[in-house]
Design a binder for this molecule. Sequence first.
Ligand code: IMP
Ligand code: MG
Length: 170
Amino acid sequence: MQLKTLFDEKAVRERIKQMAKEIESYYKDKTESLNAICVLKGSVHFFSELVLNIGMDVNYSFVHVSSYAGTESTGRIRVKSWVDETLQGKYVLVVEDIVDTGNTLRYILSYLKKYKPADLKIAALIEKQKYQHGIPIDFVGFKVKDVFLVGYGLDFEEKYRNLPYIGYIE
Ligand code: IMP
Ligand code: MG
């Protein structure tokens, strides 16, 4: 199995910094504080780099859900941990590593909406263009075709998460 680089570390970090600025300007006139939700495990590095670059008051929440086995989404979402604070009336930003079928995000959003946040937005580092997932992603880092990616938090069977760049398996 060979790993090829798709986005090197510099490109990833620069794009995330730009996203942070886009996010800041969206919230600027709306609120002073933001509730960012990190979707574990894959979003750990994206979340960290993103919030470090958002110049406003950011509250952190973490949810841990999974749907993948190998390189295919199983479509069955397992919730391993969930937010324990109320998000009612809050400005909520869901931070997801990658959107593929959209099943994971659809599931998360349907439950978060029940809290009646003032505003609910999505930032995804990568959007795959394989499926018509139909979820409008408010802030997208990179769009890719149908490739299986690893690194910068993304895994293949729990491996490669700590690669500092985004690569693909040939
Ligand atoms: P979805 O539910 O099909 O949209 O898949 C979303 C989740 O599957 C992401 O949050 C990732 O954790 C995982 N995933 C999807 N595509 C990839 C990939 O190319 N590499 C690694 N993980 C992926
Ligand atoms: Mg994920």
